[in-house]
Write a protein that binds this ligand. Structure first.
Ligand SMILES: Cc1cc2nc3c(=O)[nH]c(=O)nc-3n(C[C@H](O)[C@H](O)[C@H](O)COP(=O)(O)OP(=O)(O)OC[C@H]3O[C@@H](n4cnc5c(N)ncnc54)[C@H](O)[C@@H]3O)c2cc1C
Length: 415
């Protein structure tokens, strides 16, 4: 492993840093720096609108969707250049949340399976933030087991008629387009009867119901489809090949999630270094020091594991399934750190308001947001399965319904 920039990488970093310094929306720097981890609300501005303006500015200067080909709104940059950009973008990267699903998952799927005409029509607008995309995969009966989904698409002439429900769809309420996986053949085993489409989220028959989360935000949604018409030209991949198409999306999801992992450790360290208790500074307390030490070890482990992935990218290789360890460790750590910070605050830990609480409610938000990190993009158990099966070579999970026609899988009476 070599962690130093090559001369070319150093030149790229200097160029990115200079551009960001001259163009970033600095009026939000302070607020973004102190904002809690997870999804963010700005005090006096709509983060989606601020994000759109930042994305547009980046696109005009060739800094958006860096690794995409130039023809589709990107810059043809190498994966390592993208990592360097993200490191330099720093807190302003928090403004890119509304576009991450489009850039990291929907765009690459359209790039792999869309027609040339579609790629030229949709990708540049996605890259510039003019149009936002969401990912319509999870359903009440199909989350970890996406292939268990029940949303039906039936062929009628040149169109498909879609009926069903998705859930947990991040950003559906402000999205223009969605990547939608459906069941087109219930007579074959579950992985074989799926087909992927993209659709206009303003289509007739699409109903979006926001879900209020424990942290007070409304970032994801239920999405209902009632006789929604999708032209066959908006199919991605062959009929029945939706599972393979979805693997392209999910593989890109794991890669893009791994790129920006938060652990809460720097925030916790700074908090303990300043928190005065009856017995002195929290950082001088032996029990707290012991916890900080073990989190410091984990944070270093994560840092160097991600450097290993970055080194692989720098050599032109793709990080493998071992990358799953990052989210698994960071998710638990974030939750543990937030809970301990609340304990240290004593009664004040119960206050969540930004104004009345010493840490601006940062750890309270972290605590309420942290469970979602252990679920989104693969739960802890699913990541453990990936590590067990694909990294350690242990025997596979038992999958009793794998070869059974989908409509013969017992459902306790559900159709
Ligand atoms: C913040 C957030 C944003 C999200 N955004 C999106 C989005 O934009 N689009 C989208 O489609 N989805 C989205 N999701 C949904 C997410 O992908 C699912 O929640 C996730 O895949 C888990 O599925 P589930 O909720 O149905 O839980 P289930 O799959 O029902 O799991 C329930 C429990 O069973 C465990 N379990 C399941 N299978 C196994 C197994 N084989 N072995 C051991 N344990 C198992 C799980 O680990 C979990 O603890 C989002 C979720 C969150 C939290």
């Amino acid at each position: 492993m070599n962690f130093d920039d090559t001369p070319e990488e150093a030149a790229f970093r200097a160029k990115a840093r200079a551009w960001i310094d001259a163009n970033a929306p600095k009026q939000f720097e302070q607020e973004l720096s102190s904002a809690s981890l997870g999804r963010i609300r700005l005090k006096n501005a709509d983060i989606v609108e601020v994000g759109k303006a930042w994305q547009k500015k980046k696109a005009e200067a060739g800094w958006a969707c860096l690794q995409w080909p130039k023809d589709y709104g990107g810059h043809g940059a190498s994966p390592i250049e993208r990592v360097i950009w993200q490191q330099e973008e720093g807190v302003y990267g928090k403004l890119t949340q509304p576009f991450q699903i489009g850039e990291g998952m929907c765009g690459p799927t359209v790039m792999a399976y869309g027609s040339e005409q579609d790629k030229r029509r949709y990708l540049p607008k996605l890259a510039s933030g003019e149009e936002i995309w969401c990912q319509l995969f999870s359903e009440p009966a199909g989350g970890s087991d996406v292939a268990g989904l029940r949303t039906r698409a039936e062929k009628r002439g040149d169109d498909w008629i879609v009926n069903g429900q998705k859930i947990w769809t991040s950003g559906a309420h402000y999205s223009d387009y969605g990547l939608l996986i459906t069941r087109t053949d219930p007579n074959v085993p579950k992985h074989k009867g799926l087909t992927m489409f993209f659709l206009d989220m303003k289509s007739k028959g699409v109903e979006i119901r926001p879900i209020r989360q424990a942290n007070g935000m409304q970032e994801f949604n239920e999405v209902y489809f009632t006789d929604v018409v999708i032209p066959d030209s908006q199919r991605l991949g062959a009929v029945g090949d939706g599972w393979n198409v979805s693997l392209t999306t999910l593989m890109n999801e794991r890669m893009s999630i791994g790129a920006r992992l938060a652990t809460g450790f720097p925030e916790m360290f700074a908090f303990c270094a300043n928190l005065m208790s009856e017995n002195g500074l929290a950082i001088d307390d032996r029990a707290t020091r012991s916890k900080l030490a073990s989190w410091a070890v984990k944070a270093s482990g994560l840092k160097y594991t991600s450097y290993r992935a970055i080194s692989a990218l720098s050599r032109g290789e793709r990080p493998g399934p071992e990358n799953s360890i990052g989210k698994l460790v960071a998710g638990t750590m974030l939750q543990d750190i937030a809970a301990y910070a609340m304990d240290l605050q004593g009664a004040a830990g119960a206050l969540t308001g930004a104004d009345e609480e010493t840490t601006q409610g940062q750890f309270q938000q972290m605590l309420l947001t942290s469970p979602s990190m252990r679920i989104a993009g693969g739960t802890d158990e699913i990541l453990r399965n990936i590590i067990a099966e694909r990294v350690l070579g242990l025997p596979g999970d038992i999958r009793v319904d794998k070869d059974v026609p989908f409509n013969k899988v017992p459902t306790k009476g559900r159709g």
